[in-house]
Design a protein around this ligand. Structure first.
Ligand code: ADP
Length: 605
């Protein structure tokens, strides 16, 4: 490993050692070679181009589609004492001019640009005259139509290979399946380079999925296990967002709504508060999240099932970018399945696309109903193999299974006997022999399945029906009303009567032990909570004075370590992870002061 890069890691960033493949990637790029990097969110991709940018002569050009993020990235680098700037449409002509001059003179280390800007002839001309250290293409999946975020301008980035053949290029992404990867290598001419593939796992995120019982209360209980922490609550509709945000406020929490129906000014104000204040809960539709790289989002809750596993992984992936433990909780009920099914069927996608979407929804239901490890299913979905994780609800509180053959036969027969058009609530009433007016009206109190399901409760039957849908024995109607009908697979099951193991419905949540995330390796331990709060307050004050998000001053991990080690000198403070030379000289005294004062006040005697 190059000594220069380790020195920069320690003095500039204040970190001890490289993670995973970072050192290898960095050496590779410093040597002037091309690279493709697939690393999960929070894996530490930025260092892979930032450190080579500092080691190689000239300015590094970072291509990023997320203009909204550039300013924060630049700010974070400046805090480390690195000379960085962004050029994009939101900057004044004067500051663009200044940055261009700095590029020309070589007095800047990193420049972030949007692809549209980079591809302008005059900008390429400017780069032609300057010394370029490297090109980094962030969010490289944008180059591919297979990816979920195609940007046509990205495809033209092939010009970099043609015009600057001797400048190394590093393309980075956290999301790329096999066809997307192939596209990236081709379109960016990276086939001669090396690929560094780190997989998709986010080990610090704890996953849990619960059947919907009393959704607001379930989410509230979950949030209450994260006092004072930032998180996101995803809802399906704007109306749900407004409702839930108002309700959480009534419960004394700092919750803000965010959806596409709000005017721009309010949306942006709420987003800024989420980034800049501590402990804000964003209640949002999926309109929120793209381009948010706040590192200390501690939880993501879904009030409803998302569209598919990709969406789930992306949305929950916004938690825990700093590598500290974070939690994802999703609630789901049959009604959600009906709604998602309705979205698919009533959309205008061609039939082939709809078929894919139906399969994806089934895969998500499989995840919801599994008795096995959730992470395993998620990772297998993306092509990664692994064992049970020990950090999800099903690993920690293993689900019991039971022989559900007879139960499934009763449920499916009931669907058949009532004409394959009723929803779960009605079917359960029939199975339990509840004499409702509606049942009498349709004469379903006379069918053979009326009252044959007394061995299970209503909640048990709900779980059984969900599992039968998840296994594709039953399907939810296309109109989105929730009527169930029997699939070919369901009919075959009735005919052949194979044994079917089902997951035993969990008792109501209030009574069960909530599975909790486990601690992460290298996570600071034994911090003084009072001191941590005091350090956070100091950080907020400093951040406010500079109008920057608190995490660009210090990450939570750094403050937690300070609150555990309680360093008494600047030298001791510099040993804390995340305290580099620039931050030590700017903020060292202030943080030491808080630590010392706290020690005096709380010292015994
Ligand atoms: P990504 O871009 O892959 O999502 P980042 O580059 O933002 O991830 O890194 C995630 C977090 O991990 C950041 O807070 C970063 O400072 C930190 N980090 C990266 N590399 C290291 C390392 N070697 N040691 C300690 N922290 C690191």
């Amino acid at each position: 490993m190059s000594q220069a890069s380790l020195h920069i890691l320690r003095t500039t960033y204040g970190y001890d050692s490289f993670r995973g493949q970072q050192a290898e990637i960095i050496d590779h790029v410093i040597a002037g070679k091309n690279a493709f990097v697939l690393m999960p969110t929070g894996g530490g991709k930025s260092l892979c181009y930032q450190i080579p940018a500092l080691c190689r002569e000239g300015v590094a050009v970072i291509v990023s589609p997320l203009i909204a993020l550039m300013q924060d990235q630049v700010e974070a680098l400046k805090q480390l004492g690195i000379r960085a700037a962004a050029i994009n449409s939101s900057m004044s002509p004067a500051s663009v001019g200044e940055t261009k001059e700095a590029i020309r003179r070589g007095t800047i280390d990193l420049v972030y640009v949007a692809p549209e800007r980079l591809l302008m002839e005059d900008f390429l001309g400017l780069l032609g005259e300057a010394k370029i250290a490297l090109f980094a293409i962030d969010e490289a999946h944008c180059v591919s139509q297979w990816g979920h975020d195609f940007r046509p301008h990205y495809t033209q980035l092939s010009v970099l290979a043609e015009r600057f053949p001797s400048v190394p290029r590093i393309a980075l992404t956290a999301t790329a399946d096999a066809p997307t990867r192939k596209d990236i290598l081709e379109k960016l001419h990276l086939k001669d380079g090396r690929s560094f593939i780190a997989g998709f796992d986010r080990p610090n995120i704890h996953y849990a999925i619960q059947a919907k019982e009393s959704p607001k209360q379930q989410i509230l209980r979950f949030i209450q296990t994260h006092p004072g922490e930032s998180g996101i609550v995803y809802c399906l509709s704007r109306q749900n967002v407004d409702d839930m945000a108002a309700w959480l406020n009534q419960q004394g929490l700092k919750a803000l709504p965010y959806h596409a129906g709000m005017d721009n000014a309010d949306r942006s104000r709420h987003q800024q508060r989420f980034l800049k204040e501590d402990g804000v809960i964003m209640v949002a539709t999926i309109a929120f999240g793209m381009g948010i790289d706040k590192p200390d989002v501690r939880f993501v809750a879904h009030m409803n099932i998302p569209k598919n596993i990709e969406a789930f992984y992306q949305e929950t992936g916004r938690a825990g970018r700093d590598g500290l433990p974070a939690e994802a909780l999703m609630l789901y009920g049959m009604n959600d399945v009906a709604i998602q099914r309705g979205f698919i069927e009533n959309g205008d996608a061609p039939e082939t696309q709809k078929r894919i979407e139906r399969q994806k929804l089934s895969a998500l239901l499989g995840l919801c109903e599994t008795a096995g490890c959730r992470r395993r299913i998620l990772l297998e979905y993306f092509g990664d193999k692994g064992g049970d994780c020990g950090n999800c609800d099903t690993c920690q509180v293993p689900a019991e299974t039971f022989d559900g053959t007879v139960a499934a036969q009763k449920a499916i027969s009931c669907v058949f006997r009532t004409g394959q058009r009723f929803g779960v609530a009605y079917l359960i009433d029939v199975l339990l022999g509840t004499a409702t007016e509606r049942i009498a009206q349709f004469g379903h109190d006379k069918v053979s399945t009326f009252g044959i399901g007394g061995e299970f409760s209503k909640g048990d039957w709900q779980s059984i029906f969900r599992q039968l849908v998840a296994r594709n024995f039953l399907k939810v109607d296309t109109a989105g009303h929730g009527g169930l009908s029997i699939t070919e697979q369901g009919a075959a099951f009735l005919k052949h009567k194979e044994t079917l193991l089902l997951r035993r419905p969990a008792p109501p949540r209030a009574k069960t032990r909530l599975a909790r995330p486990r601690r992460m390796e290298g996570e600071p331990t034994g911090e003084d909570h009072g001191l941590f709060a005091a350090l956070k307050a100091l950080r907020l004050e400093i951040a406010k004075a500079q109008n920057v998000p608190p995490y660009v001053i210090f990450h939570d991990r750094t403050l937690r370590e300070m609150a555990a080690l309680k360093p008494g000198t600047l030298e001791a403070l510099s040993a804390v992870s995340g305290v580099g030379a620039a931050k030590l000289s700017r903020y060292g005294e202030a943080f030491l002061g808080t630590i010392t004062r706290f020690e005096e006040v709380t010292a015994p005697g």
